[in-house]
Every structure is written in C-alpha cells, then in structure tokens.
Design a binder for this molecule. Structure first.
Ligand code: FES
Length: 142
C-alpha cells in the first residue's frame, strides 16, 4: 500500500469531475521560496487515477495527501509528470499549453521539455517523474 493517498486529481477543462484548480497569481507563487510543493523522489509508485479520465492533449493537477503537487500530461497516449509549479513565478504548469512533449507556461511563456524537465527558454529546469499505465490506471513514481 502506498504511503501517500491521492486527495484528488483535478482535470483541466474536464467537466465530468466538476472541480477545477485555479491559482491566483498574487497568492500562489511557490517559486519565491523554492517549490515547497515539489514531491521528493522516494521511488514509490502511486496510483493517481484512471487513464481514461485524462484526455489526450491535456494536463491535470495531481495533489498528494502531503500537500505536494504534480502536473500530469497525456501527450497522445504518452504520459509525463513534472513538478507543478513554474520556477519563474510559480504558475501551475498543468494549466500550460501542450505542444507535443513541450509545455508552455501560461503566465510568461517559458517552455519545458517534458522528457527531461529542461527549460527551453533559459537554463532552468523542472523535476520530472516516471509515469506508467497498468490495467488502465495511472501510476506515478515519486
Ligand atoms: S510563471 Fe513566468 S514563465 Fe511561468
């Protein structure tokens, strides 16, 4: 059994769950003090939801019970996960624009390669996490 439990998986623009995560630019800026909501890698496989609930071409915010967050992306059936907050000013990357395996931050346009976490706009980078699909379930290794 996983140490963590998933509180929720909040899908971007998915009305089926009826809940959305919205961040206020003035209130949510984890990058000011470093991303304190970045999950620490411990090699644990955590089930976060069903693959059918995240449409292709979308990102979703995954909130873990300990308060940390991940951004989960479905790129035409290829899955990626990163820390959720942009290192620039803390925008939620799950709300960014996907272009292939690149996510562009909604606030100021920094672009990140989801395969490596490398920022394509400057020398910064974000943490990436392995995602596996097993029996239709999304599992992220944190
Ligand atoms: S918050 Fe400025 S580019 Fe992401």
């Amino acid at each position: 059994m996983n140490q963590f439990f998933i509180l929720s998986i909040l899908l971007i623009s998915c009305l089926s769950l009826g809940t959305f995560t919205r961040y206020d630019a003035g209130l949510m800026q984890p990058s000011r003090f470093g991303n304190f909501k970045r999950p620490r890698k411990q090699g644990q496989k955590i089930t976060v939801g069903r693959a059918e609930d995240v449409p292709a071409g979308r990102g979703a915010t995954v909130e873990l019970l300990d308060g940390t967050e991940l951004a989960l992306y479905n790129v035409d059936g290829e899955w990626f996960a990163t820390e959720n907050f942009c290192p620039h000013k803390g925008a939620p990357l799950a709300d960014g624009h996907l272009c292939g395996s690149v996510v562009e931050c909604d606030w100021h346009g920094w672009r990140f390669d989801l395969r490596t976490g490398q920022c394509l706009s400057n020398a910064s980078r974000i943490e990436t996490y392995e995602v596996v699909i097993e029996d239709g379930l999304i599992k992220i290794i944190v």
